[in-house]
Design a protein around this ligand. Sequence first.
Ligand code: S3P
Length: 434
Amino acid sequence: MQKFIVKPGGEIRGTIRVPGDKSISHRVVMLGALAKGVTQISGCLEAEDTLATIAVFKSMGVSIEKNSQGQIIIQGVGLHGLKPPKEPLYLGNSGTTMRLLAGLIAGQNFSAEMGGDESLLHRPMNRITEPLTKMGASILVSDAGTPPLIILGKQRLQGISYNMPIASAQVKSCLLLAGMYAHGKTCVTEPAPTRDHTERLLLGFGYLVKKEGNTVCLKGGGQLYGKSIDVPADISSAAFFIVAACIAKNSEILLEHVGVNPTRTGILDILQRMGANIDLYNQREVNGEQIADIRVRSSNLHGVTISKEEVPLAIDEFPILFIAAACAEGETVLTGAEELRVKESDRIQVMADGLQKLGIEAQPKSDGIIIQGGKIRNGVINSHGDHRIAMSFAVAAIRASGTITIENCDNVATSFPNFVNLAQHVGIGIQKMS
Ligand code: S3P
């Protein structure tokens, strides 16, 4: 098992581009595979999670190759061109692959089984199996609502209007993708805005999607058309370096070509409210997604209150935001974030345990946490195999009194394979040990 050993201190400097956006990469591969014609992707994330999505479509007969310029080239097979996979589909750690794919598979005329690693086998799937069943899908799942999922083919799907009980982009996307195969109209209403990459990309691939207020609708029976897509750098990966530059002394970093879709920039809003020195430059739009270069300088952070509505807009950034809170003056209070308990790990408990181990007062609550800024000690942290927890504590070491060792870091490769190299490059004293 891989460990990170991170020395305290360091100034964070440099200009970097972090890898491609994970959410967008998954979706482009899926839509490209189901489109008519060729899709050419630049900047696609090549990490374990997105490679799992690519492998799944290859096993269903789609040709996906890399060209000499490093672009991923997909020969789309059309919405009805997938072939039955010969083996159960193994999705590793990737909840996004499982939930989105379930919607697509529900519309096929073949059956498929989907499984994954230990973490994925504990993640709740009833949030998708219940509405998919309402659409007419037939899905076998454990009594606990956890994978493996067996989706039985040849079901006639019917469009539904679904009021999502939780704000989840994965559920919304799953139902929209199933809706392409359903009779009539599928509408999904969300209780709060969540990332809207699926809607934007469907439109980009030529599939009509209508949005009114917090409801998004599409009709079955449309068509996707292959295209060239440039995937921006992932703000969720940039987040580690944004916080690193905020909490380190004499630091300034430039993160290039980062996706700043307003449904993803909660991290920037929360940090700016905490007093962070963050500026956006060269704002532009590429393939319907906003992109910017982000400059971050050393900052004196103070604690803030984070409300329920902000949670979906920063859902993956809370582990690193908790590190910012530990380095801030005063108290940070988060509520309405019970979803964090069902991510790749229970991110409220695992972060609270780690912070307490490092001498920070962190009080976990059923739906959030209260953190008092303080002095970070040295220590050994178990990341529980959660990529974002591992990277967050690596950043925490910048402000620690001694070395921080983080155990169980292999899964950093699920979203950010070159994290250690980039972290070293900008001045974090990190070493990887197997
Ligand atoms: C994602 C949506 C979020 C996020 C996940 C990626 C997506 O999950 O946490 O990492 O790509 O749609 P939920 O929709 O379950 O909140």
